[in-house]
Design a protein around this ligand. Structure first.
Ligand code: CUA
Length: 334
């Protein structure tokens, strides 16, 4: 019995589709998906993987089949048939890729939109400050014109931090939306610095709690760096004199590595930081520890407060250098 070619086509089509669907979701090429946004990105990646697996198997399958089936037999010295042009076939192989590409574009735009990529400001509906309310873009223009001076970018960042503290205050007052966790990120040769404007914590290790949206306000002090956490499926440039904003919602507990993904100098490869995703309680505990630690440093720094000292006590370190004894000083004063 001879199986008709249409049946073969159907069977091969089914097998190809199933194989592609399976591999597209079991390729194991991606690391843990540690944020809600990572799941969206993985959906897009898996879809593209399904489509490309199908195309790969189809093209390679036909190639290998044809190489065997139409190979030159012994004693066959004839030319192949001169096949030229096939309008329906050409329309078909133009239309199919066009539909696939348009479909993937729409899907990826949708993913980008859901990640807040088109409107990173959507969370701050309250204006940043009075100036930007009057003249949108004025703050950005000022930042760009100042960007030439190295010290200016430091001031800019301080300014940005200030502006964002204002935003948080407004958000908290209005209580219109659940407050995101604000984290200011600064990239510099060759480290990452994280500041939490709500608590004033500054660290070299980023901690974020599960399930709460994290709003990143990022800049760079010297050259362009890039924030990349593969498990978050996020990559964003940190640019001197400009603020990059993006957000994500941590989902999976773990220690991840933030990798600088922009060649920024000889030690670019070592520019890494740890990102810890932890439950809310663990995060709160960490915040407390950081606050205690910073308080201790602060107390040490202001241990000698001139206002609290008597003139003798205040002068003691100086007079000691000059070889004057405290007793003599005491006599001089009286
Ligand atoms: Cu910073 Cu590479």
């Amino acid at each position: 019995m001879k199986i008709p070619s249409s049946i073969w086509t159907l069977l091969i089509g089914i097998v190809l589709t199933l194989a592609s669907l399976w591999y597209g979701q079991n390729h194991g090429l991606l690391p843990t998906a540690a944020t809600d946004e990572a799941v969206l990105v993985d959906g897009l990646f898996n879809t593209m993987m399904i489509v490309s697996t199908g195309i790969f198997l189809l093209v390679e399958g036909i190639l290998i089949y044809s190489a065997f089936k139409y190979r030159r037999r012994a004693g066959d010295n004839e030319d192949g048939p001169p096949v030229e042009g096939n309008i329906p076939l050409e329309i078909l192989w133009t239309a199919i890729p066009a539909i696939i590409v348009i479909g993937i574009s729409v899907y990826s735009f949708d993913v980008y939109n859901e990640m807040g990529g088109f409107d990173p400001h959507s969370i701050h509906e309250a204006p940043m400050n009075q100036e930007s309310m009057k003249m949108p873009g004025a703050a950005i223009a000022a930042t760009l014109s100042d960007a030439s001076a190295n010290t200016a970018s430091d001031q800019d960042h301080a300014q940005m931090v200030q502006q964002h503290s204002v935003t948080i205050a407004q958000n908290v007052e209005e209580e219109s939306k659940p407050a995101e966790l604000q984290v200011n990120v600064t990239g510099l040769q060759y480290a990452w610095i994280f500041t939490y404007p709500e608590t004033g914590i500054t660290t070299g290790e980023m901690h974020v709690p599960i399930g709460r949206k994290v709003q990143i306000n990022m800049t760079a002090n010297d050259v362009i760096h890039a924030f990349w956490v593969p498990e978050f499926r996020l990559k964003q440039d940190a640019i001197p004199g400009r603020q990059s904003e993006f957000s994500f919602t941590p989902k999976t507990v773990g220690d991840y590595v933030l990798i600088c993904a922009e060649l920024c100098g000889p030690y670019h490869g070592a520019m890494r930081a740890t990102v810890v995703v932890e439950p809310q309680e663990a995060f709160d505990k960490w915040v407390q520890e950081q606050l205690v630690a910073s308080k201790e440093t602060l107390n040490q720094a202001i241990a000698v407060n001139p206002a609290d000292l008597s003139p003798n006590e205040f002068l003691a370190p100086y007079t000691k250098d000059m070889g004057i004894k405290p007793e003599i000083l005491h006599q001089v004063h009286h």
